[in-house]
Design a protein around this ligand. Structure first.
Ligand SMILES: Cc1cc2nc3c(=O)[nH]c(=O)nc-3n(C[C@H](O)[C@H](O)[C@H](O)COP(=O)(O)OP(=O)(O)OC[C@H]3O[C@@H](n4cnc5c(N)ncnc54)[C@H](O)[C@@H]3O)c2cc1C
Length: 410
């Protein structure tokens, strides 16, 4: 079959490989090129050990504190308060205990596929050296905050995730650059991170080209389903294909709507600063709990990132937020390079209020498969999503129950 994969981020590229594995003729379409979206600059954490939706009460409890700090880890841009209200209402509904429990079960299910799928894809494409298995730390400033988080870690343990608890000297033994401001940490030995998300996305793209997967630079406007599928573009003739996969991250909403699937997709904008060449700081990613940022030792340099800003796709970035994040990091990591030595970036997490991606057939036709909305875990879940997309196109049952991920669940 001829299949168009719309979007050349991690999810689209992983899907293209999984479809090519089945012998399909695949074309990847992107308006800019590979790695133009969130896949380019994310934190690089293969976070399959995380199981919390963003609607988690732990997070929601901190909202008032965060919102009073305009540069805190969570902010809503003034201009975007009205447009985001329906999404926020759904976030509250997603935080009801029964909904939350269902989201957590579904996150655990897809996260359980994540690392095996990455292991297989990276081995198949000779990218093993791009995956680092050194675990990850969740670090706490105060003993009280650490104690408060313990029930949460116990839930992860109950889900089969290995966790070790470290006191301050043990943290510093593992990560000598972490300062005395940290009093303890939870260590996830099975967490992993990538060499650099941009390099990984480009490696997937180059490998795709090497195996004759086509690439077309074009701006997708809509999809129409008739006897075949027409992908409509801005400024060029439509392309007729047998199947289409919508994997355009935070930009997927209008394209899904063009085939009648209305999904509450918005974006959580995230910020970071990277220090090219600064590779001596950490051995593994560290999430600084309560401060809303993660530090990742990429092969290309240290990256400090995080923050959630609800501000849609059009407003310009506010890098005062990145500076605030850097200032916090200075308290926790010794001798950071100066802010001016860093390269700032903002990206658009494609986010659904229940923190589950949309993976499934369009309601009107099995010729269109949606695969977007992976929020904070799109790098982690991309390889697994690609395999599920290939299952759906083949008409096979995927290894997990997809009803919680259905485009029709809203
Ligand atoms: C600051 C930050 C940190 C993060 N950290 C992590 C992490 O540590 N671990 C993790 O697992 N995830 C992380 N994420 C989330 C992860 O980056 C995303 O979930 C993931 O990259 C989404 O991939 P994607 O392929 O769906 O979308 P994208 O990478 O955004 O790709 C979408 C593509 O669609 C293209 N496109 C858009 N509109 C059109 C159009 N009309 N026509 C044609 N093409 C179009 C774009 O050009 C783009 O290339 C982070 C995100 C951010 C912002």
């Amino acid at each position: 079959m001829k299949i168009a994969v719309l979007g050349a981020g991690l999810v689209g590229l992983a899907s293209a490989h999984a479809l090519a594995d089945e012998g399909h003729s695949v074309v990847i379409i992107d308006r800019e090129g590979p790695a133009a979206g969130a896949s380019r600059g994310n934190a690089g954490w293969l976070a399959h050990t995380d199981i919390d939706p963003i609607a988690h009460p732990k997070m929601l409890r901190q909202v008032p504190k965060f919102l009073t700090d305009p540069l805190g880890p969570l902010a809503i841009r003034r201009e975007y308060i009205l447009p985001i209200l329906p999404w926020l209402a759904r976030l509250l509904i997603a935080s009801r205990p029964s909904n939350l429990a269902r989201s957590i079960d579904a996150i655990i299910a897809i996260q359980s596929l994540a690392l095996p799928a990455w292991n297989q894809l990276s081995t198949q494409l000779g990218m093993e050296k791009m995956i680092h298995r050194r675990g990850g730390l969740f670090a706490f400033e105060t003993h009280d905050a650490f104690r408060e988080a313990l029930p949460h870690f116990k839930r992860q343990e109950a889900a089969g995730i290995r966790v070790e608890y470290l006191d301050a000297p043990e943290v510093r033994q593992m990560e000598p650059a972490v300062t005395n401001a940290i009093s303890g940490a939870a260590f996830f030995p099975d967490a992993a991170h990538v060499s650099d998300p941009h390099l990984v996305t480009m490696a997937l793209y180059e490998a795709a080209r090497a195996r004759n997967i086509d690439f077309l630079q074009a701006h997708v406007r809509a999809i129409e389903v008739g006897k075949t599928v027409a992908v409509r573009f801005e400024g060029r003739d439509p392309m007729m294909v047998d199947r289409a996969v919508v994997a355009m991250g935070a930009w997927s909403k209008p394209i899904a709507a063009s085939v009648g699937d209305h999904v509450p997709l918005d974006t959580e904008r995230g910020y970071n600063i990277s220090f090219p060449g600064s590779t001596r700081y950490l051995n593994r990613p560290v999430s600084f709990q309560g401060s809303g940022f993660v530090a990742t030792p990429l092969d290309t340099g240290l990256r400090l990132g995080g923050a959630v800003e609800l501000g849609g796709l059009k407003l310009p970035p506010n890098h005062a937020r990145t500076r605030a994040l850097y200032t916090k990091a200075e308290r926790f990591i010794q001798d950071l390079p100066s802010f001016d030595q860093g390269r700032v970036w903002m990206g658009f997490r494609p986010s659904i209020p229940d923190s589950l991606p949309v993976i499934g057939y369009s309601q009107h036709s099995r010729a269109v498969v949606h695969a977007f909305g992976h929020g904070h875990y799109g790098l982690t879940q991309s390889a697994a999503t690609g395999k599920i997309v290939a299952d759906l196109i083949a008409g096979r049952a995927p290894p997990i129950d997809l009803s919680r991920f259905s485009p029709q669940r809203f």
